[in-house]
Write a protein that binds this ligand. Structure first.
Ligand code: PPS
Length: 286
């Protein structure tokens, strides 16, 4: 099998090279989540690294030194990746961890702890567009083909981490639980300061007004784009093709309007409605 094809684990697709069946199994069954862990959980391309930057800044009370001196995947290990376990064990508690796993594959130990999950959602049409460009940039991902072809794969869940719908529906079952906080990329875009205050409240962190200003300043798209510890410019050449794109691409909401045709948009809406019926949460894009 080509290294640029997906393998599946319990029905979910993963690319070779970043995660293995063993690394996922270890997370699912053996990894010990700790009570004071904060875990960022997302479907890919929903604002994961943005939240990692925000949480790093909150942890340091607005001081950007940590974020500017340590690579993002060491500050906030991607737990199910090949190096995730090692990086997670290197971090003293309280840890910031991140995961893209669907709820049914998430570490079983989580449910016995008081660990907190921050789940970020983004308009799936923008996820699709961001994911498409990212798949061109990532050498280890299968060739996404045309946007039309990728749209089909995305809507049927034949992409990295499987179906967006399954991911969201699985995790939103946690809604209402005191250690689960969900927020959207669109809310972060609209009112970053307000969101930072809400996140601090959820984490039980008290930052003064100046410290919050600093979190907001260093978590802007422009500042993160300049931070080589967060902008993926240090990602090795065997993983990404730096000539074909960049991680900090546009950082906007609604870019799908520049990419989807009217017919593709209608098709997307139809599949979205079919899959999301019965969900009792309204999102900014509904
Ligand atoms: S990944 O690879 O799954 O971890 O990607 P993820 O971090 O979830 O999402 C990447 C997209 O988030 C955008 N981004 C931001 N937008 C606004 N402000 C800030 N500070 C920010 N940081 C990252 C990033 O540009 C990707 O979106 P697109 O639409 O591709 O630009």
């Amino acid at each position: 099998m080509s290294s640029r094809e997906y393998f599946t684990y319990k029905g979910v697709s993963f690319p070779h090279g970043a995660v293995t069946a063993k690394s996922i199994f270890q997370m699912e069954n053996e990894f010990q989540i700790l009570d004071d862990d904060v875990i960022i959980v997302t479907y890919p391309k929903s604002g994961t690294i943005w939240m990692a930057e925000i949480l790093g800044l909150i942890k340091q009370k607005g001081d950007p030194t940590w974020n500017h001196n340590l690579i993002t995947w060491k500050r906030s290990p991607w737990i199910e990746s090949i190096t995730g376990l090692e990086n997670a064990l290197l971090n003293p508690p309280p840890r910031i961890l991140l995961s893209h796993l669907q709820f049914h594959l998430f570490p079983k130990s989580f449910l016995q702890t008081k660990a907190k999950v921050i789940y970020i959602l983004r308009n799936p049409k923008d996820v699709l567009v961001s994911f498409y460009h990212f798949s061109i940039f990532m050498k280890i991902f299968p060739d996404p083909g045309s946007l039309e072809e990728f749209l089909e794969k995305f809507l049927s869940g034949n992409v990295h981490y499987g179906s967006w719908f399954d991911h969201v529906k699985g995790w939103m079952e946690m809604k209402g639980s005191p250690n689960f906080f969900f927020i959207t990329y669109e809310e972060l875009q609209q009112d970053l300061r307000g969101c930072v205050k809400k996140i601090c409240h959820f984490l039980g962190k008290e930052l003064n007004s100046q410290q919050i200003d600093s979190v907001v300043e260093y978590a802007t798209f422009q500042k993160m784009k300049e931070n080589k510890m967060s902008n993926f410019s240090l990602m090795p050449d065997n993983i990404v093709d730096h000539k074909k794109g960049r991680f900090m691409r546009k950082g906007i909401s609604g870019d799908w309007k520049n990419h989807l045709t009217a017919a593709q948009n209608e098709y997307f809406d139809r599949v979205y409605r079919e899959n999301m019926q019965g969900m009792n949460t309204t999102f900014p894009w509904d």
